[in-house]
Write a new protein. Structure first.
Length: 373
């Protein structure tokens, strides 16, 4: 492995991050001109823009017939997005979860995760599977925009009053520059990651699940942290959920379409990594539902879970003798504790929902004089 490989790997990551930022800047400007609300921008334009590195890397890998890297990048990014991005952001400042996310978009993320597992049961994501996934991505995007059209018009009017808009050709220019940076960045990152994987002797799936996944998720990290600091904490969560949906439906969909032989799915991914992705998505439901907030304690547990996941991957790749011990701790201690915590959060959410329902019923029974007093 040469020094030039490392240089190009670093330059690839830098270009991916900058390219995604430029792409989001231009796309967000055009979205505002089209009258899309801030929440929808977070779920679609911003989420899709920050997921552009995953799209570039996975499509490039699939085209080169490096299926493990293409699939591993998506699965690893989705796990990283929830556990690390939401975890770190919640540690910095507790995150507010918009009710719309819990009622609709979160279910789409969970359903997409389960769908990709079912598609992979035959050991391959075929060209036809890719068409189905990409069609669902288009339907989800259109449905999300139309569903919130009334709120969109009001939010767009407010944004026009608060901040001047850039000319359309400036936004198109940012999009073009961002796409060029993403193309070159993805090529250098994939080439560098594959060479490092071969040099170290680690399977390409592991590299895709960790180094490449974390690197291509940096735009989501930056966007969510900035949104949290600016007080737009629901956008920080929406960015992660939207990115995960985009990764599954669009990134894997397009990757399997351009791949010469489709995307083959390894037994390791089917038996471990994809189920972990589903579990991480499902865990969000009781956590979000309990209080519509992600607190610092939950954020710390999310991040700690990712550390354990990475350690487990590395120990498994190196056939470390302590792997069986760690496996026992996870199965017999950590998972039961996690299930207990999720049950408590679910009960808390149900109790809160009942209290809200009773409060609404009491308000409905009150006379206008009583409600005004």
């Amino acid at each position: 492995m040469s020094l030039l490989t490392i240089v190009f790997l670093v330059l690839g990551l830098v270009l991916l991050v900058l390219g995604a930022d430029w792409l989001v800047r231009g796309a967000s400007g055009l979205a505002v001109k089209c009258g899309i609300s801030s929440l929808v921008i977070g779920l679609t334009v911003v989420a899709y823009g920050t997921s552009a590195p995953e799209l570039a890397v996975s499509v490039s890998s699939a085209y080169k017939n490096q299926a493990d890297l293409a699939l591993g990048n998506v699965v690893g990014s989705n796990i990283f997005n929830v556990l690390v991005i939401l975890g770190l952001c919640a540690v910095v400042v507790p995150l507010i979860v918009h009710k719309q996310l819990v009622k609709f978009d979160l279910w789409v993320m969970i359903g997409s995760s389960i769908l990709i597992y079912l598609i992979c049961l035959d050991g391959k994501i075929s060209f036809l599977d890719g068409i189905v996934l990409f069609s669902l991505a288009i339907f989800y995007t259109i449905f999300s925009v139309l569903k919130s059209r009334k709120e969109t018009k009001l939010a767009a009017a407010n944004e026009e009053e608060q901040a001047p808009q850039s000319p359309w050709f400036v936004n198109v220019g940012w999009i073009a520059i961002g796409l060029v940076a993403l193309i070159f960045g993805s090529k250098w990152l994939v080439d560098g990651a594959v060479e490092i994987a071969r040099f170290v002797g680690v399977d390409e799936l592991i590299i895709g699940l960790t180094i490449v996944a974390a690197g291509t998720s940096l735009p989501e990290v930056a966007t969510s942290i900035v949104a949290a600091f600016k007080g737009e904490r629901d956008i920080a969560v929406g960015n992660v959920i939207g990115s995960n949906i985009f990764n599954i439906l669009t990134v894997l969909g397009v990757s399997s379409i351009v791949s010469p032989n489709g995307i083959s799915v390894s037994l390791a991914a089917m038996n471990f990594d994809i189920p972990i992705m589903i579990a991480v998505a499902a865990v969000c439901l009781p956590v979000f539902f309990a209080t519509y907030e992600i607190g610092r304690l939950v954020g710390s547990l999310f991040f700690f879970s990712y550390v354990i996941y990475v350690v487990y991957l590395i120990m498994g790749a190196k056939e470390n003798p302590m792997l069986s011990t760690l496996h026992g701790v996870i199965i017999y201690a950590l998972i039961p504790l996690a299930v207990l915590g999720l049950l408590i959060l679910t009960a808390k959410g149900v109790r809160r929902m009942r209290n809200d329902k009773l409060a609404n019923e009491q308000n409905d029974l009150m006379t206008p004089e009583e409600s005004g007093s």
